[in-house]
Design a binder for this molecule. Structure first.
Ligand code: XUL
Ligand code: CO
Length: 444
């Protein structure tokens, strides 16, 4: 990956390319565990992990919260919106290349100023897409996915594709059309729909089935348009149960997959699973990944983590090796990320205001997933855990258990088998042993 800032203004001054220095290094601006070229089971760490940077949190989010003003001062700010957007793109590509992430993701209005009219919005977006294309070509950084922000503008307060007002739905369509055009221009590998306001605040004013039909129709014509202009990648739905909407239609992976199958969209769409969304839905990260993997619907991952005491989406950078390890076990066993990636949909804390903090946060996230990858690979290659799990289900491998799996037994057959077999043995699930074993793999 080529450096970007050379010849341009340097925004992250004093910080060079982040290098792997190993676990003994006391340089905070180095990788301790992520060694991009290190080969693990036939692929490099970089190929396994496919890290992506989220434009919105890293270069747009200024740290405001409901109780206070922004705390971040971005050196790429400019009073002229298009100049600001170009400078932001420079800062972004400087960051991507310095931190060594080969992929990035953005919403339309992260990268280009919104417009009062559709025409103005399109003009800004297409002109910024040219800028991004130049930066991509200069650096070799690629687009993992883009998406349309159909939740910030007040017009979307009642939803976008599920808005009861058709004029708003049409406006949302204009955004998705332009974003798909931009995706194809930039060679995007996926296109994301996150329905932050696709849901309802109260059923008392909502025709739920009609809204779901509209959402499906909207996604179908978006798919058709994307395919017609040569988009060959995967469309991704990003489940989240709530926030900002009280009840979001793409509640969790199982709900999103059921919806996609119900409307015949499952050939073109997969899921983009975000840790903090899964935990808000009352699941673990690994659970939602496994639901997708089992349905061949695992598209990509938004890598972050929540706060165990908070009931909202805190979007913290991942540092929890244990959860990331469980996630990577699911990913590796299902054949890897393929055209998906690990997108850091994570933000600095409001009081993390040094310019190095963005680097430290990503270094931590990348090191966490590198550790997770190495340990997950060791657990899988060693085979001890898999052997325990296989043994746990071995009563279905032969005899009557196998007959049952093959659909050869009726309920009456089960009754007769049960009557003849006596009381079942108690067979331990060995959860404590397994957890101890995992600690041995991590720290042993
Ligand atoms: C919001 C969220 C979004 C999507 C893209 O919780 O995760 O940033 O990833 O719209
Ligand atoms: Co996300």
């Amino acid at each position: 990956m080529a450096d970007y800032f050379l010849g341009n203004d340097e925004y992250f001054k004093g910080i060079g390319k982040v290098a792997y220095e190993g676990p003994e290094s006391d340089n905070p601006l180095s990788f301790k565990f992520f060694d991009a070229g290190k080969v693990i089971s036939g692929k490099t760490m970089a190929e396994h992990l496919r890290f992506a940077i989220a434009y919105w949190h890293s270069f747009c989010g200024k740290g405001s919260d409901p109780f206070g003003s922004p705390t971040q001062i971005f050196p790429w700010d400019d009073p002229d919106p298009m100049t600001a957007a170009e400078k932001k793109a420079d800062a972004a590509f400087e960051f991507f290349t310095k931190v060594g992430a080969g992929l990035y993701c953005f919403h339309d209005i992260d990268a280009s100023p919104d417009g009062a009219t559709v025409a103005e919005y399109e003009k800004n977006l297409f002109s910024m897409a040219e800028v991004l294309k130049e930066r991509q070509d200069a650096t070799g950084v690629k687009l993992l996915w883009n998406t349309a922000n159909m939740f910030s503008n007040p017009r979307y307060m009642n939803g976008a594709a599920t808005n009861p007002d058709f004029t708003v739905l049409a406006r949302a369509g204009s955004q998705v059309k332009a974003c798909l055009d931009v995706n194809v221009m930039l060679g995007g590998e996926n296109y994301v729909f996150w329905g932050g306001r696709e849901g309802y605040m109260t059923l008392l004013n909502t025709q739920m089935k009609r809204e779901l039909d509209h959402l499906a129709q909207f996604l179908s014509i978006s798919r058709d348009y994307g395919r017609s202009i040569g988009f060959k990648g995967t469309f991704l739905i990003e489940p989240k149960p709530m926030e900002p909407t009280k009840h979001q239609y793409d509640f969790d992976a199982a709900t999103a997959i059921g919806f996609l199958r119900n409307y015949g969209l499952d050939k073109d769409f997969k899921c983009n699973i975000e840790n903090n969304h899964a935990t808000l839905a009352g699941h673990t990260f690994a659970h939602d990944l496994q639901v997708c993997a089992d349905a061949d619907m695992l598209g990509s991952i938004d890598a972050n983590e929540g706060d165990a005491q908070n009931g909202w989406d805190t979007d913290e950078f991942p540092t929890n090796v244990y959860d990331s390890l469980e996630a990577m076990m699911v990913v590796l066993k299902s054949g890897g990320l393929k055209t998906g990636g690990l997108n850091f949909d994570a933000k600095l804390r409001r009081n993390s205001t040094d310019s190095e903090d963005l680097f430290l946060a990503h270094i931590g996230g990348m090191d966490t997933f590198a550790l997770a990858l190495e340990i997950a690979d060791r657990i899988i290659t060693d085979g001890k855990l898999d052997a325990m799990i296989s043994k746990r289900y071995s009563s279905f491998d032969s005899g009557k258990g196998a007959d049952f799996e093959a659909g050869k037994l009726s309920l009456t057959d089960l009754r007769d088998i049960a009557a003849g077999q006596g009381e079942s043995e108690r067979i331990s699930g060995k959860q404590e042993l397994i957890k101890n074993l995992i600690n041995q793999y991590i720290f042993g």
